[in-house]
Design a protein around this ligand. Sequence first.
Ligand code: SF4
Length: 426
Amino acid sequence: MATQTTELEFFFDKYPDIPRELVVKEDILSRGINFTNTALKAQGDFQRKAYFLFTFDVDAPADVKSKAGIIPQEIRIESGPFGLRPTVLQCRQSSNSIYRVDLVDSRLKLLCGDLPLAGVDFVPKHDYYESRLKDGTPVETVAPAIYWGQTVDVTAFRTCQYWGEKEECKFCDINENYREWGSLRKQLGAIVPVEKVAEAVELSSKDPNTRRYLITGGAIKDPKKEVEFYLNYIKVTEEHLSRDFPCRLNTQAFAKTDCEKFYEAGVDYYHPNLEVWDPKLFSVICPGKNKFIGRDEWIKRAIEASRVFGIGNVSPNFVAGVEMANCNGFEIGFKNPKDAVQSTLEGIEFFMINEVTPKFDNWAVEPLSYFGKNRSKAPPLEYFIELYAGYYDLKRKYGLPWPRGLGEAGPGKCMVPATAFMDIGN
Ligand code: SF4
């Protein structure tokens, strides 16, 4: 095939045991996709991107907003010259990407350069999107869907109290996302009312396609207030639920006694996200987390949490690739992908020895984050392949399950949108 796909084919040959879907998905996540206006206008009723937590786009918000409409939350690609099995992807708009979604002969296609690479479906609106809260608010305003409709995603606190370069995580654009896209839900404000969350999650739980809900949001500096804040959402929501509907909690690392409160309130899966393993990089990339909790304490709490929630139910997230960030004013990231992979796998192994099952998101270099403003670049594709292959080996070595609460693993089955680490096998 032509030069645009040469790199993909090179890695297909180099890693014959790695599913092609993983290679293609991770490359697309890193580079983003240019959604043409023709494609956006041609589609009718699909689920628009929620912009509830971060932007995840490669382009700046002003450029994304100038498109003919809001891009889909997710797409599913399939078939094409490489015979790809259905693969779900989070959408990240990038005008300069080699990947484009356009209409070809009246059908949506993913193109690499000018070569059609796969057929495309925009994620449809889910059944529960028909519902409205008692006050008339569309349910998806409070509780949009991710994971192709399986996870009901609530950002309860839409900003973070770690403000500015000395506290915000350097890869994160939560506060900029709220400034730029907050108007999509301006009636909610930065703190989404608890009763609305409970009502929306209960309505969404009636949809046969939904499997779980997720409560997340920014950090609150006062630890007591942070626990009370998020615990209240869980308690009120669980009281409203009329069926067993598992709960994921994605917050800072809480002390064991607080984890017990969350477990008793109804949390099934917990994500105290460490983001990056290397101690020096953690302290500089996550200065707020480092200052207010500290790396050693964070790791200790994540391990203790697995004693509360159980093996496979505690999955701290790593921002895959951020350990290779390098830019003006920040020149301490790994330069060599092998060194970066080795460092992160050291952390993965440490957690796995302690019965914690970490997870990943592919690092989206968001333009209004610190790293985006300073023009840091995404790591090469080989980094992701090596990292995820290494994770899979360690997972088997320690006999651990895939992180629970993320759905099925394996090519053609995985619905995790922002990383391909579970598109590898089962
Ligand atoms: S703690 Fe860090 S990653 Fe989380 S919302 Fe705040 S700045 Fe972003």
